[in-house]
Design a protein around this ligand. Sequence first.
Ligand code: IPM
Ligand code: MG
Length: 359
Amino acid sequence: MNKTITIIKGDGIGPEIVTQAMRVLDVVAQQYGHTFTYQEVAAGGNAIDQYGVPLPEESLAKCLNCDSVLLGAVGGPKWDNVEPARRPEKALLGIRKEMGLYSNLRPAKIFPQLADASPLKPFIVAEGIDFIIVRELIGGIYFGKRRTEELDGQLVANDEMTYSEGEIRRIARVAFNTARKRSGRVISVDKANVLDTSRLWRKVMNEVAEEYPDVTLEHMLVDNCAMQIVKKPSQFDVVVTENMFGDILSDEASMITGSIGMIPSSSLGDGTRGLYEPIHGSAPDIAGQNLANPIGTILAAAMMLKYSFDMDEESAAIEAAVEATLNDGYRTGDCMSEGMIRLGCVEMGDQIIAHLKKR
Ligand code: IPM
Ligand code: MG
């Protein structure tokens, strides 16, 4: 197969981790007889520096005209004082919105090899951590109107949070369909004891549940969910929630698996073209030092092969190579534990590629 992949390396550690993922993709292409054509575009802080805007039109056009997008990370302290409309994060939000990617899947799965790196007590980890957060990605407070104005001599800021039935219904279906392929249980997370958007969220979730008699639906308040994730993560299978709650809970969920550096994510809309990225940020503190963990991005590339290109076998081969590398005891600094062998970003890529080539 021939696939065109738009590459956004981004800022901070972005270029390093994406480079390793591209090396892995090249090996897969060779082994399975595919051609991956890369079109690299600027977005985020580097685009602000080069073009004065976080998401140049040409970059967006290439995201809309390709088979899928692979992204590293955007943002960093260098652009902290840029006016809000031009912040690096605007690039990511713009791409998600313009590509119509309303469904963001973030797996929280512990690699048994990393159990020691989890901050949770061993007996909690031993019960198992394997769930997936289905995050609504282009609605809610992230995309509501916002303004800051002076009222009675002081500044007053306002961010609007809006959800329509349609926006909730389509993400509900993603969650229920995902549950069908897993254990058939959905936990919907909201703040229905306070927010109108959450009350509507709950109502629509209940309605959609009727179309899926084989899937059970439970509701959980977001504050309780944050607590349950560290108390008894084994109770979760599919968690569906709105944009901001999903942002917060997915960082928490990733951390209990040992390292946020390991977790990939997919963002999809109604078609097969998606955006794939690790869930971590640009980690400017370790950028350019060959310290970053490329595994989240490499697994994001594996997700792209599976979800957008229907290449299940190729995707599984990458996952197996990552597992084998962890089994060998190789770790980057973020998930290092006693007795393991510490590697840099490039060397971690080398090891994963070596395992791929053994197949
Ligand atoms: C994420 C990130 C983004 C978000 C930021 C960079 C805008 O935290 O993908 O989780 O909040 O969605
Ligand atoms: Mg986040």
